[in-house]
Write a protein that binds this ligand. Sequence first.
Ligand code: CA
Length: 227
Amino acid sequence: MTRVLVVEDDPQLVRALVINLQARHYGVDAAPDGATALRLAASRQPDVVLLDLGLPDMDGVDIIKGLRGWSRVPVLVLSARQASDEKVAALDAGADDYITKPFSMDELLARLRAAVRRTEDTPLVPETTLVETEHFTLDLLAKKAVRNGREVRLTPTEWHLLEILVTNPGRLITQKQLLQEVWGVSQSNKTNYLRVYMAQLRRKLESDPSQPRYLITEPGMGYRFEG
Ligand code: CA
């Protein structure tokens, strides 16, 4: 049974989440504040955490940092629509994904399944070196990209960027994470690097670079690869 820890201080939302999750055979624990959340995360060993960022006692980002000190449990953040800085901070602290309130239960369940599946599929050392989509194939080991039967030349920087995205399928990677990983910088004024390189990658790999199907922008936040 997959165990979910719901961290949320709105009792009505907690009730709705518990009913829906239990109906789908998840085991559910609920914490109304950060202190309880950290205690339950340690004692109940959940498979996934749903975390509201606005809690009465602690900043949600601090809860993620606390968890990440000892746990790789996937964390799906529940956040208000306006708070995009907060979402980015949560992702940078190690959250796996976010969902904006108000959300539909179906969307939440789909994100939850994806987050759990990713941890199950992702060994510590990635084994997959071949990424295949309908439009292109990447051999990460040989550094070979093929589109429509023809090899596509990518620069080392393009490879590095692409590799991070495709080895985390479906996962939102923040601008800061990409800048740090690829360029060793985190200044937000360097986000134009990212835009330029992502545009190049789309031109080389997407059939319609203006309507990307694989290399998706989350405005103001980051990028994700949809395989
Ligand atoms: Ca709240």
